[in-house]
Design a protein around this ligand. Structure first.
Ligand code: GTP
Ligand code: MG
Length: 348
C-alpha cells in the first residue's frame, strides 16, 4: 500500500468522527432521560431506546458503537447486581419532588447551612472542615411543590467522595458554593471546579451530554458565593469574578443571615423546568390542590395519564382541561401539551 494512501485513509477516518451526527429532537429527549437516570435499569432502557432512535449513517457510526458497548456493560453490571445482591455503583439517591439540585463546594463553604435554611432538615453545621461525611437528600418547599436538595461532603484538590459522580450527572442543577469569609475560599472553589473538569462529570451553564461521548456529562450550574455578611466579603467577591470568571448564573447569599435565599429558592425551582398539573375526578367539583403532579415542561397529556395510573395510559379516551391555554373544560387528546397549573380531568 502507498504510504500516501495510508495517510489519506487515516485522514478520512478522522473526518468521519467529525461528521455531524444530525441527532433528532426525539433522540435528544431520550438522551436527556439517559443523563438523568438514577438506576442501571433506567440507564439500560434509555441506551436501548437511543440505539433504536439514532439516525443510522456514517456520522453516527462512532456513537452507535459506543451505545452498544455501554449496553453490554450495563447488562453485565445488572447481572452482577442480581447474582451478588450488591450494588456495583456507589450510592444512588432516588429522585423525589419536582427535581434535584446538588450542592457542591469546598470545606466550610456553607453547604449544610444552606440546606438547613431552605428545608426542614437539620444537618450538622460547624466551623471545622469535613463536617458532612455522606451525601444526604432533603426536600425544599416552593409554593405547593418540593425540590430535592442534596447536601454533600466537601470536594478538595485531594479528596472527592466517589459517589458524587453518580449524583451530579443526573441532577437537574448543581449549586457551586464559594466561601467569601476567608481568602482561601476562592481557591477552594477553583479546586472543586478543576477537579470535576478533569473527570467526565463536569459543570456548565447548561446541561448536556457530549456529542461524541455519552459518558461525558455537563450539569447546569449556578454559582453561589456565600457569607456576603462577612467582613471584606464584597472585595473577595470581586476577586472571585476576576480569578475564576464562570459563565454560570450567580446568586450571592448569606445562608446564615438569610440574604438572597428566597430569590435563590425560586430560581432553583424554576431551573427544574417543570409544569404543575392538578388532577380532578369527573365526579368532583374541585381538583386535588394539595398534591400537584410535576412534569417536565413540554410533556403531554399521555405522560400525565401514565403517572396517574397505568390503566389511564392504556385506555385514555380524552381529557377535559381548565387552564390558561384553552377554554374551560376543553376536550383534548393524548398529545395535548400541558401548561403550568392546568386542571385535568381524565376519561377512559
Ligand atoms: N458568617 C457566615 N457564616 C456562615 C454562613 N453560612 C455558613 N456559615 C458558617 O460556616 C461554617 C461552615 O458551615 P457549614 O454549613 O457546616 O459548611 P459546609 O460547607 O457544610 O462544610 P463541610 O460539611 O465541612 O463541607 C459554620 O460555622 C457556619 O456557621 C454565612 O452565610 N455567613
Ligand atoms: Mg456540611
Amino acid at each position: 500500500m502507498y504510504p500516501g494512501l495510508q495517510y489519506s485513509n487515516k485522514w478520512l477516518k478522522q473526518f468521519d468522527t467529525n461528521m455531524p451526527a444530525n441527532l433528532t429532537p426525539q433522540y435528544r429527549k431520550i438522551e436527556e432521560e439517559y443523563r438523568r437516570a438514577t438506576s442501571i435499569e433506567e440507564e439500560l432502557q434509555c441506551l436501548q431506546h437511543m440505539l433504536q432512535e439514532i439516525p443510522k449513517h456514517k456520522g453516527t457510526d462512532h456513537l452507535q458503537a459506543e451505545l452498544k458497548a455501554k449496553i453490554s456493560k450495563a447488562k453485565k453490571e445488572l447481572a452482577t447486581e442480581k447474582s451478588t445482591g450488591k450494588k456495583t455503583r456507589g450510592l444512588r439517591i432516588p429522585r423525589q419532588g419536582a427535581g434535584t439540585a446538588i450542592i457542591l463546594g469546598g470545606p466550610n463553604a456553607g453547604k449544610s447551612q444552606l440546606v438547613a435554611r431552605l428545608t426542614n432538615a437539620t444537618p450538622e453545621v460547624a466551623p471545622y472542615p469535613f463536617t458532612t461525611t455522606m451525601p444526604a437528600p432533603a426536600m425544599m418547599p416552593w409554593e405547593d411543590v418540593t425540590v430535592q436538595l442534596i447536601d454533600t461532603p466537601p470536594i478538595t484538590a485531594d479528596f472527592m467522595d466517589p459517589s458524587l459522580h453518580g449524583l451530579i450527572r443526573p441532577a437537574d442543577l448543581a449549586l457551586l458554593m464559594v466561601d467569601l469569609e476567608n481568602d482561601a475560599g476562592i481557591e477552594q472553589c477553583q479546586d472543586v471546579f478543576d477537579r470535576l473538569s478533569r473527570t467526565k462529570t463536569r459543570l456548565a451553564a447548561r446541561s448536556y451530554l457530549d456529542e461524541q461521548d455519552v459518558g461525558l456529562s455537563y450539569t447546569r450550574t449556578f454559582s453561589v458565593p456565600n457569607k456576603i455578611d462577612a467582613p471584606a466579603a464584597s472585595r473577595r467577591l470581586e476577586l472571585f469574578h476576576e480569578l475564576l470568571p464562570l459563565d454560570f448564573t450567580e446568586f450571592v447569599i448569606s445562608a446564615e443571615h438569610g440574604t438572597g435565599l428566597e430569590h435563590l429558592r425560586e430560581a432553583i425551582y424554576k431551573a427544574m423546568d417543570v409544569v404543575r398539573v392538578y388532577s380532578k375526578l369527573p365526579s368532583a367539583k374541585e381538583p386535588d390542590r394539595d398534591r400537584p403532579f410535576t412534569l417536565r415542561r413540554g410533556s403531554c397529556l399521555l405522560e400525565l395519564a401514565g403517572m396517574v395510573h397505568k390503566d389511564f395510559l392504556e385506555k385514555l379516551k380524552f381529557a377535559r382541561v381548565w387552564g390558561t391555554a384553552v377554554h374551560d373544560g376543553t376536550q383534548v387528546k393524548g398529545d395535548y401539551v400541558l401548561h403550568d397549573k392546568d386542571v385535568v380531568e381524565l376519561h377512559m
